[in-house]
Design a protein around this ligand. Structure first.
Ligand code: SF4
Length: 68
């Protein structure tokens, strides 16, 4: 990845998020790995995980859940 993970004070809300970023609203999706708390595993992140090619940079859709 290479980028430095960022910790936001509030959800990015329609903003770009990198997989390793995090914010206080982080809510793990069902298949998240418990020890890895990052946007990649957040229910509110849209990384196009259900599509053929996932996005390198996702969109925070908080408060709308994208994955359960
Ligand atoms: S995707 Fe989740 S952890 Fe990342 S900024 Fe949005 S609400 Fe916070």
């Amino acid at each position: 990845m290479g980028e430095t993970a960022k910790a936001y004070e509030i959800p990015k809300r329609e903003g770009s998020v990198w997989p390793e970023d995090i914010c206080p609203a982080y809510t793990p999706r069902r298949d998240a790995i418990p020890c890895l708390k990052q946007c990649w595993y957040c229910r509110y992140a849209d990384f196009h995980l259900m599509e053929e090619t996932a996005l390198e940079v996702g969109i925070c859709k908080w408060p709308q859940k994208i994955m359960e």
